[in-house]
Ligand binder design. Structure first.
Ligand SMILES: Nc1ncnc2c1ncn2[C@@H]1O[C@H](COP(=O)(O)OP(=O)(O)OP(=O)(O)O)[C@@H](O)[C@H]1O
Length: 262
């Protein structure tokens, strides 16, 4: 049986625009994300993917419906509360990477930890650890301008996972990449979900990415129109495997650090 969902949206309705131009972009969406699962959200242009992702990311308030994140109700919160929820529960990955060009890969990742209030030394250690995790241990000091598209997206993934949020939301993470790099990024996101028990949701148009996902949710005209689940296990590359706690659940950062220094 599945665990409790980390994120759960129920009967989400969202109206956008005003007057004659008003549209119901979402018409009663139910969606739950579970730890350890990589889920794709697919649908035609204008079906409501971006609107739904924005609501799940606490960036847009639904017209009606409920959203819970880590057991906390999200709707009817102040802007500061929402920012706090985002910082504690969510990591974001964008199509265009959104890296600071004047900062090294390490500092791009470190900045996201700084703003969350992690102690300075821990920021550096965590940032380096996250970059190693995404296969960029050899490019810590590289600037975005010297990185390939795939490498930039890996830095963005490292930035999203470094604070260890339970939920990661990705908006078209492979849209700017060629097929090979796109597949590598999807494989990495699948590993990110499985390895540390995170829930990863990616919006994509690309059907070639389906084999990498545990679930595919289809949205059409503001309604969830279907869901497919995969049963075959994805193989996690050795370099991405990590020690697990004795009881089988992933060791959190502090515990991994303690084990490393023991
Ligand atoms: N600010 C807005 N005002 C009015 N209608 C809007 C607004 N933003 C989006 N819409 C409409 O809401 C619907 C859902 O849009 P949304 O951007 O969520 O779709 P999408 O599936 O992400 O599309 P795409 O794949 O093209 O990015 C569409 O009909 C769109 O035209």
């Amino acid at each position: 049986m599945r665990a409790f969902p980390i994120l759960e949206a129920r009967q989400i309705v969202k109206e956008l625009g005003q007057g004659e131009g008003k549209v119901q972009a979402l018409k009663g969406v139910d969606l739950a994300l579970y730890e350890g699962e990589f889920t794709l959200l697919m649908g035609p242009s204008g079906s409501g993917k971006t609107t739904l992702l924005s609501i799940l990311g606490c960036l847009l308030t639904p017209t009606s419906g409920t959203l819970t994140l880590g057991g906390e109700a999200v709707v009817h919160r102040s802007a500061e509360d929402l920012a706090d929820l985002r910082r504690r529960h969510l990591g974001f990955i964008f199509q265009s990477y959104n890296l600071f060009p004047t900062l090294s890969a390490l500092d791009n990742v470190r900045l996201g930890l700084d703003v969350r209030g992690f102690p300075s030394r821990e920021c550096k250690e965590r940032a380096a650890e996250a970059l190693i995790e995404v296969g960029l241990g050899h490019r810590l000091k590289a600037y975005p301008g010297t990185l390939s598209g795939g490498e930039k997206q890996r830095v963005a993934i490292a930035r999203a996972i470094a604070p260890e949020p339970p939920v990661i939301l990705a908006d078209e993470p492979t849209a700017a990449l060629d097929t090979e790099n796109g597949h590598a990024i999807m494989e990495l996101l699948s590993c990110v979900a499985r390895k540390n028990g995170r829930a990863v949701l990616a919006v994509t148009h690309d059907p070639r990415t389906i084999p990498f996902a545990d679930r595919v949710i289809e949205i059409e005209d503001g309604i969830i129109s279907g869901e497919r689940k995969k049963h075959a296990a994805t193989v996690i590359p050795a370099r991405l495997r990590q020690p697990q706690a004795a009881h089988g659940t992933p060791a959190p950062y502090q515990e991994r650090k303690r084990q490393a220094h023991a």
